[in-house]
Design a protein around this ligand. Sequence first.
Ligand code: HEM
Length: 503
Amino acid sequence: RQLFLFRDKSLPPEVFHLVPYFGSAASYGNDPIRFFTDCQKKYGNVFTFVMLGRKMTVALGAKGNNFILGGKTANVSAEDAYTHLTTPVFGKDVVYDIPNERFMEQKKFVKFGLSTDNFRAYVGLIEKEVSDFIDRDPAFRIYQINDINEWGAFDVLKVLQEMTILTASRTLQGQEVREGLDKGFSDTFTDLDGGFTPLHFTFPNLPLASYRKRDAAQKKMSNFYVDIVKKRREGKSMTETDMITALMECKYRDGTPLRDHEIAHIMIALLMAGQHTSSTTGTWTLLHIADRQDVQEALYQEQVKHFGQPDGSFRLPTYEELKQLPVLDCVIRETLRIHPPIHSIMRYVRADTPVPPTLAAPSKDGTYVVPAGHYFLASPAVAQIDPEVWRDGAKWDPGRWSDADGEAQKAFKQYYDESGEKIDYGFGAVSKGTDSPYQPFGAGRHRCIGEQFAYLQLGVLILTVVRKIELRLPGSVPGPNYHTMITMPKDPRTMLYRRRRFD
Ligand code: HEM
């Protein structure tokens, strides 16, 4: 009570907890979205909770996202929040291991490799990988049986993880990585990935097997990529359209080229950034279209209409044509709305930061100040189901994006009109603003640069699956599991399938 009376009024309200140090770790860890929305009802859009000795200050809603993700580097830092998790996995001298200005240069280099010309070449490569996988993998054993009415079953997350790494390595990562997948690269990736968990985030170094495996895998993976760069420099191999080639040509502003190990570690970072985000998004998408036969049929008919051939086969879309498929576009967008793979975005608070009174304030004339040493948490996932913006926000309803007078369209129209930016409802177009209620790819200086690639990879993957097989769900769509870094569906994730035709 005394403590309560003398509590500094400029601090945001603190969530009640019984156990010191541990704080609200369990409620947050088990279901961050429910925890955030429950606290929002009690404390408003800005509040602080204790988690394993850290003070986490949450700012919710589109304005909360704007406050944190649009924050100045003098006040907020991603590298101070993440480096203990990412540097042992990605390696030295990249991403959060270096000052932010240097990382921003590296992000620009990656953008060179994500060019439209490269994307045009990727459409056919992705389609072939997915199609071949369905034709050969034991998960789809029914390909051998010439009975079109027979239903098989597969674990959708497992299959999507394989399809994602195959397609990313065939395109961005390059042919050496694709070939390496058959020779142990996947095992090294699994060990490295085992070091990218909430446990490793909380305790960066423990004398446990998973930590030793992480460190050994990092060295192995780094050497693997450095070898590729060296061989390419010697002219022994070269793939024109992949990221390694693009990075080898880049120079920092001071004129120095990227060093071999920096290229290697950027490639590892891209692999980690893209693998689980894309594979879980693909998994959630297939789960929902298996559950909603009407949407699945609409997706299939969209393919027939645009690419169907007289003999029942399909031709390959061009990259430009991919952007003209509204059903596919709505389905991916809507999946990312209710299942954004990253539920919380974290920053370290470097300097005392006043909260704008329009977001939250202790009184009419007061202002909250978030002290240096706290961590900020933004959760676009909460804004993306905010009932004030989205009707039936928790419901997966891709149609909401196609209705010209729908609430989502209105929200974006209004946002863009106010900010004066061009309205683009085309494939893959989402609001780029830091105060948008739709931010599955984040916002501000740390915004995702893989969005276009992810839309391309997911789009071609989904259309190839829909062309070849029908999907059904034996039960209902599983709920989310928040115990991993990326929000995945809980078990069981078994799906039924039937071949549409045999070639
Ligand atoms: C950053 C989501 C795919 C590379 C981010 C952020 C989000 C995000 C929310 C912001 C993180 C923060 O502010 O702390 C997604 C989703 C994806 C996806 C939903 C797929 C569906 C990819 C892919 C790549 C990639 C395929 C690489 C090819 C990056 C990079 C950053 C980033 C380099 C910048 C990190 C920073 O500046 O701190 N992504 N991502 N992402 N993502 Fe993605």
